[in-house]
Write a protein that binds this ligand. Structure first.
Ligand code: SAH
Length: 243
């Protein structure tokens, strides 16, 4: 995707270098700086960029945001704050289809201390707000990382590795077996069994066991029965003390 990251008036060289690194990590290459307040090729910036030094060196500098956005077909603003006079920021994932459909999108980030001003946000068709705890203001480069991640790497539902789940028939047989075992060892009785089983079913159903796992569990139950029976056969006095 031909995605540009625009930093408006960044102040700290380290943040610019870190943002470049975050971009390289996520697969973005086009870094644009609007009226930076520092030298983006400063040693601190280069140090923070690590392997993204080329990306940093190829960054273009623009006098205004308008210039930086001129060749873009979509511009997405970012803001930590909810502003009364502007539409609320959207969760980045909800904008994924819009950004991916664009031919030349830009993500716009504000200065460290103040964020984007309203006239910047007005040049963006939509605004993103990364959900946070009470303290909403992220470090600039960390915001770049998260937003680039959402648009460039964030998956539509990560497909769980192909995995077979035990059939309901297997599971019902397992629960029948569990119930017998519970009664055998006095964990529950005929009156309470149904309620007890309901709690155990809820827990074990959440595990989405594979057929092999349900067999593993039943192997354990078989062993419990074998042990109880053999103790009873041997007249183990401990057996008589069962509740
Ligand atoms: N105090 C400023 C935050 C500046 S942080 C404010 O309240 O807006 C620097 C930049 O990082 C912001 O302009 C924005 O581009 C980005 N950023 C920080 N936190 C963010 C968040 N929670 N959601 C979206 N962008 C955020």
């Amino acid at each position: 995707m031909n995605l540009a990251v625009v930093l408006v008036s960044p102040k700290t060289p380290g943040n610019i270098g870190s943002a470049a690194r975050a971009m390289l990590n996520m697969g973005a290459r086009d870094l644009r700086l609007v009226a930076p307040r520092c030298d983006h090729l400063d040693s601190q910036s280069v140090a923070m960029a690590v392997h993204a030094e080329d990306l940093l060196r190829s960054a273009r500098v623009y006098p205004t945001l308008r210039d930086a956005l001129a060749d873009r077909d979509l511009s997405v603003g970012t803001s930590a704050r909810v502003r009364a006079d502007l539409p609320p920021g959207r969760h980045p994932a909800t904008l994924r289809p819009l950004v991916r459909a664009a031919a030349a999108p830009a993500l716009v980030f504000g200065p460290e201390e103040t964020g984007l001003i309203n006239s910047d946000l007005e040049q963006c068709q939509v605004t993103v707000r990364i959900p946070t705890g009470d303290y909403a203001s992220l470090n600039l480069a960390q915001a770049v990382l998260l937003v680039c991640y959402e648009f460039l790497q964030g998956g539509d539902e990560v497909t769980a590795a192909e995995r077979k789940t035990a059939t309901r028939e297997d599971m019902e047989a397992m629960y029948g077996h569990l119930r017998e075992t519970m009664q055998l060892i006095g964990y529950t009785d005929a009156v309470r069994a149904r309620h007890t089983l309901r709690l155990w079913r809820a827990m074990l159903d959440r595990a989405l066991m594979s057929p092999a796992e349900s067999r593993l569990f039943r192997g354990f139950l078989r062993q419990v029965k074998w042990k109880v029976d053999s103790a009873a056969r041997a007249g183990d006095p401990a057996d008589a003390e069962q509740p």
